[in-house]
Design a protein around this ligand. Structure first.
Ligand code: SAM
Ligand code: SF4
Length: 343
């Protein structure tokens, strides 16, 4: 059992307390989604990637300093060998006594290709909620978007997660001319399977071999259009992430909107991201990051590590500055891929 007193929490220079950590456990993936990776993606050399022990040690330090929610992501987290050992270790931080450092929630974001294999194990580690990325229910379209995904496999994974009793949120990247005609189908399907749906605006991150300016779709327009056919009742419900929710009266399920491009969601941002190489990113929309791997591998103790973290958090910017289409030849305003930082 992990017992640790809560050490001083981590405020940034705007007074936002850091309570939410997203950790990318790998940059590798069995898909190549058009908005996320290039077709011939070069992955990082293994030596650059933190071991699961190293990741566990860093995450434990964050938890001791007030992080209450941990989301495991990637790349595809479930393709990392022995990733369940990591979930087991992090699960040990759940349900700690009051006043002790610990997690309120352990979650993951996955493409579900291997969820059928791991759903029961994740539940046993204390996971109660998963975000599953799914941009289309049409097998051919799904294949085109993911470049190598198999819709049937992803649906098997979703089924297994439901059977294991996990709450599911489907994440759909909204793309003009790609899947914009499917939102009604996705809303109805999520109603049938008892899942929430979250629509995400395409963010200009990393080269993918696709021009995202062609596909950019403001969710304010999508919402207006959906409201012609569905009754959207705004909700105050939050999951700690950037999504804003409404309930769809006709299905009883929630719909979320993540709108980094049309809405500035930074004021209440309590998140930082730890990449699989041990870089700490305090803002998804900025290049700035802090290397934690070098001090970790040089033998820094926890106090020294947290000095690095504290300094990084004080540099967390007030907000991001994504702007798609400012320069059509170079839509990637942030050069790193989402799969390195973790979406
Ligand atoms: N492989 C897992 C998955 O797809 O769910 C986890 C990692 S993936 C990078 C996390 C999330 O980032 C996914 O929901 C994906 O749709 C989203 N994502 C990736 N690139 C994006 C982009 N350029 N704009 C918006 N969302 C993106
Ligand atoms: Fe892989 Fe997820 Fe990126 Fe798709 S969005 S390529 S599934 S990491």
């Amino acid at each position: 059992m992990n017992i640790a007193p809560l050490t001083a929490p981590l405020p940034d220079s705007y007074g936002r307390l850091l309570t939410y950590l997203r950790v990318s456990v790998t940059d590798r993936c069995d898909m190549r989604c058009i908005y996320c990776m290039s077709e011939d993606m070069t992955f990082l050399p293994k030596a650059e990637i933190l071991s699961l022990d190293e990741l566990g040690r860093l995450c434990a330090s964050f938890i001791r300093h007030g992080v209450r929610r941990l989301r495991v992501t990637g790349g595809e987290p479930l393709v990392r060998r022995d990733v369940m050992d990591f979930f087991r270790e992090m699960g040990g931080w759940l349900n700690r006594p009051d006043q002790q450092a610990g997690l309120d929630e352990l979650t993951l974001t996955t493409n579900a290709s291997r969820l059928a294999e791991f759903a029961d194990g994740l539940r046993a580690c204390g996971v109660r909620r998963v975000n599953v990325s799914l941009d289309s229910l049409d097998p051919d379209r799904f294949r085109r978007i993911t470049r190598r995904g198999n819709l049937a496999r992803t649906l098997d994974g979703i089924r297994a997660a439901r059977q294991a009793g996990l709450d599911i949120r489907i994440n759909t990247v909204a793309m003009a001319g790609v899947n914009a005609d499917e939102f009604d189908t996705l809303i109805a399907w999520c109603g049938e399977i008892g899942a929430d749906l979250c629509l995400i605006e395409t963010m200009p991150m990393g080269e993918t071999g696709e021009d995202r300016t062609d596909h950019y779709l403001p969710l304010s327009d999508v919402r207006r259009d959906l409201q012609q056919r569905w009754t959207l009742e705004p909700l105050t419900y939050r999951t700690g992430g950037p999504a804003r929710y409404a309930r769809i009266a006709e299905t009883g399920r929630r719909i979320g909107f993540i709108t980094p491009m049309t809405h500035n969601f930074c004021e209440s941002c309590n998140r930082v991201r730890l990449s699989c190489t041990g870089r700490l990113y305090t803002c998804l929309g900025h290049e700035g990051s802090t290397d934690l791997r070098a001090p970790l591998r040089a033998g820094a103790d926890d106090v020294q590590m947290m000095d690095h973290v504290r300094a990084a958090i004080l540099r967390k910017p007030r907000g991001h500055d994504f702007l798609i289409g400012r320069n059509a030849d170079d839509p990637a305003r942030v050069t790193r891929h989402m799969s390195v930082t973790g979406g």
